[in-house]
Design a protein. Structure first.
Length: 214
């Protein structure tokens, strides 16, 4: 596996100041549109925002940002779970249509139940889907994010079984970066990062990577 870096998805409140921010390739947004106050959606692309990329749990850009270029506000497609629609076809179509897709995310909390917001996918099924829908994107130069499991011990086990199933199905599922979900205190987060790093990350976090850097 070739896993150089980490993407953190934390349950920490975002605090915005009125100071002018310096845009950062490391700062992104999980975007859910505000139906009651749609004007708030423009906050994230205003001159005072330091965000440079976003994802919306889907494979298509959010309509409110669809006119934004990838340089202005980069959209990162996500294969949330199993679907009748072809993820690789959708992302390929975006690229062929002129959108510079550089990264994709995969499987939102596949070790979690659907009742709790997880995509609830068996590691073997996820491996089969990855081989068909995600691995081909690497030939297009797209960097792939490992499944975003929960922060529980079960998530760690699921991820190990996922990679093992890829191997048993004849493919080395190559994730370019790890994703980490964490709902808890900083001490627990530090421990989680240490375990993921020791088990899966083979490159230094300081290595440069193309924008956006997760």
């Amino acid at each position: 596996m070739h896993l150089p870096t980490l993407l953190l998805i934390l349950s920490l409140p975002a605090v915005l100041s009125q100071a002018t921010f310096q845009r950062s390739a490391k700062r992104g947004l999980v975007f859910v549109p505000n139906q009651s106050f749609p004007s708030d959606n423009q906050i994230w692309i205003s001159s005072g925002s330091d965000l440079t990329w976003y994802y919306n749990y889907g494979a298509d850009p959010s309509p409110v940002y669809s006119a934004e270029t990838q340089f202005a506000f980069e959209f990162v497609p996500m294969l949330w779970g199993l679907s009748n629609d072809s993820f690789v076809d959708k992302v390929t179509a975006l690229i062929q249509g002129g959108r510079n897709v550089t990264h994709v995310l995969t499987f939102n909390e596949p070790d979690g139940s659907s009742a709790n917001g997880g995509s609830d996918i068996a590691p073997e099924t996820a491996a089969t889907t990855w081989i068909k829908e995600v691995e081909p994107l690497r030939k297009l130069g797209v960097k792939t994010g490992a499944p975003a499991v929960t922060g529980s011990p079960g998530g760690f086990t699921w991820l190990q079984e996922f990679f093992a199933n890829c191997t048993s199905q004849g493919t080395n599922c190559t994730a370019d970066f790890m994703t980490v979900h964490w709902y808890g205190d900083f001490q627990g987060l530090a421990s989680q990062l240490g375990q993921v790093s020791a088990a899966f990350v083979s490159f230094s976090f300081s290595n440069p990577s193309p924008r956006p850097q997760y």
